[in-house]
Ligand binder design. Structure first.
Ligand SMILES: Nc1nc2c(ncn2[C@@H]2O[C@H](COP(=O)(O)OP(=O)(O)OP(=O)(O)O)[C@@H](O)[C@H]2O)c(=O)[nH]1
Ligand SMILES: [Mg+2]
Length: 348
C-alpha cells in the first residue's frame, strides 16, 4: 500500500461590508437609512468524487480561494454573496489541519461534503441601526474576515500494477511514458529510492494506478542494494510488470537477469511471486527490428523451457513504442485477477 500525500491551502471569501446610505428621492425629505447588508463570503468545500484515484491533481494546484461577498448597496439592496468553491477529492482521503494535526474529515462517500473554510458573514447596512432615537444612523458593520488554513491530504492507495526490475532497466522512464508522472531518471543504479506513483488512462473509464519501485538486485533478500522491504508497497497489486533491459550495457544475459529478479521476488513472498506478470522487454529502440524478433523468440523459448509463459511486450519507454500494448496486457490481467478474488494464479 502506498500513501499519497498533498498539502493544499484553502481560503474562504470575506463577508462584504454593510452599506451606509440615506434614501434620497425627489419629494421625499428625510427618506431614512437604506444601506443594505454585505453579501456572505463563499465557503471552500471538499467533495468526495469516486472518479478520482490519486492526489496527483494537487501537484498542479495547491491554492483554493472562494469568492468574497460584495458590499451592501443603497436602496436596501443586499450585496451579492461570494461563490463557494468545491474541491473534488478521491474517496478514502483523510484531511488534517496541517497546523494542529486535527483530523477534520475522512471522505468515504461519493458527493460527501465538508466545509473546510467558512465564508465570512456580510456586515449590516445602516438600515439595521435605525431606532426611535436615531433615525439617521451612519453606522454599518464590516463583513467578517475570511478563514484560511493549510490542509494535509492523505490517501492510502493500492497500486494495480507494480514495476519491478534491475536498476537502470528503465522503470521510471516507462512510468513517465505510461502516465503523467514525472519520475526521476538517471543512468546510474538506484536512481529511484522510494516508490513513485502514476495513473495510466487507457480511456475514459479504464485507469491503472502504477507504482515504480527502486531497482532489485541479486542478493536483495540478504540486504544487497536497497533490500526488499519496499516490496511491501506492492503486496496488494494485481499485476507485476517485469521491466527487462533488452540490451544491457554490462553485457549481462537477459534470461539470467530475468531469473535473478524472479528468485528475489520468491524469497520475499511466494504470494507476490505468483502474481500475474507481463514482461516489458524494454529499450528496443536500441536494437534493429530483426534483432528484436530473434531476441523475443529466443527469450520465449527459454521461458518455455523454465515452464513459465508470461506475456512479453517489446517496448521503449524512451520513444513510447509498445506502451499501449503493455497497458492493454496489464489491464487484461488485472481484470482477470480482480475476478479471481485475490487467489493465487500460477503460470503454467
Ligand atoms: N535508449 C533507451 N534508453 C532508456 C530507455 N528507458 C530508459 N533508458 C535510459 O536508461 C537509464 C535508466 O533509466 P531509469 O528509468 O532511471 O531506470 P530505472 O529502472 O528507473 O532505474 P533505477 O531507479 O535506478 O532502478 C537512463 O539513462 C535512461 O535514459 C529506453 O527505452 N531506451
Ligand atoms: Mg527508477
Amino acid at each position: 500500500m502506498l500513501i499519497d500525500r498533498a498539502a493544499i491551502h484553502v481560503r474562504s471569501g470575506k463577508g462584504g461590508d454593510g452599506c451606509v446610505s440615506l434614501h434620497r428621492a425627489k419629494y421625499v425629505p428625510k427618506g431614512g437609512p437604506d444601506g443594505g447588508d454585505g453579501g456572505d463570503g463563499g465557503d471552500v468545500i471538499l467533495v468526495g468524487d469516486e472518479s478520482l484515484d490519486t492526489l496527483l491533481g494537487f501537484k498542479r494546484q495547491q491554492h483554493f480561494r472562494a469568492r468574497n461577498g460584495s458590499q451592501g448597496l443603497s436602496r436596501s439592496r443586499h450585496g451579492p454573496n461570494g461563490d463557494s468553491l468545491e474541491v473534488n477529492v478521491p474517496l478514502g482521503c483523510q484531511v488534517h489541519d496541517a497546523d494542529t494535526g486535527e483530523l477534520l474529515v475522512d471522505i468515504q462517500q461519493h458527493q460527501q461534503r465538508c466545509v473546510v473554510a467558512s465564508g465570512g458573514r456580510g456586515g449590516y447596512g445602516n438600515e439595521h441601526f435605525k431606532s426611535s432615537v436615531n433615525q439617521t444612523p451612519r453606522e454599518a458593520t464590516p463583513g467578517e474576515p475570511w478563514e484560511e488554513r493549510t490542509l494535509q491530504l492523505e490517501l492510502k492507495l493500492i497500486a494495480d500494477v507494480g514495476l519491478v526490475g534491475l536498476p537502470n532497466a528503465g522503470k521510471s522512464t516507462l512510468l513517465s511514458a505510461l502516465t503523467r508522472a514525472n519520475a526521476k531518471v538517471g543512468d546510474y543504479p538506484f536512481t529511484t529510492i522510494s516508490p513513485q506513483l502514476g495513473v495510466a488512462e487507457l480511456d475514459d473509464d479504464r485507469r491503472l494506478v502504477i507504482a515504480d519501485l527502486p531497482g532489485l538486485i541479486r542478493g536483495a533478500a540478504g540486504g544487497a542494494g536497497l533490500g526488499l522491504s519496499f516490496l511491501s508497497h506492492i503486496e496488494r497489486t494485481k499485476v507485476l510488470v517485469h521491466v527487462l533491459d533488452s540490451s544491457p550495457q554490462d553485457g549481462s544475459d537477459l534470461i539470467e537477469n530475468y531469473r535473478s529478479i524472479r528468485s528475489e521476488l520468491s524469497s520475499y513472498s511466494e504470494d507476490l511471486a505468483c502474481r500475474p506478470e507481463v514482461i516489458a522487454l524494454n529499450k528496443i529502440d536500441l536494437l534493429p527490428a530483426d534483432q528484436v524478433e530473434t531476441l523475443l523468440r529466443e527469450f520465449a523459448d527459454q521461458l518455455d523451457a523454465d515452464g513459465t509463459r508470461p506475456t512479453i511486450v517489446p517496448v521503449s519507454g524512451a520513444t513510447g513504442t509498445g506502451t499501449r500494448q503493455l497497458l492493454e496486457a496489464a489491464w487484461t490481467l488485472a481484470r482477470l485477477k480482480a475476478a479471481d478474488g485475490w487467489s493465487h494464479q500460477v503460470d503454467t
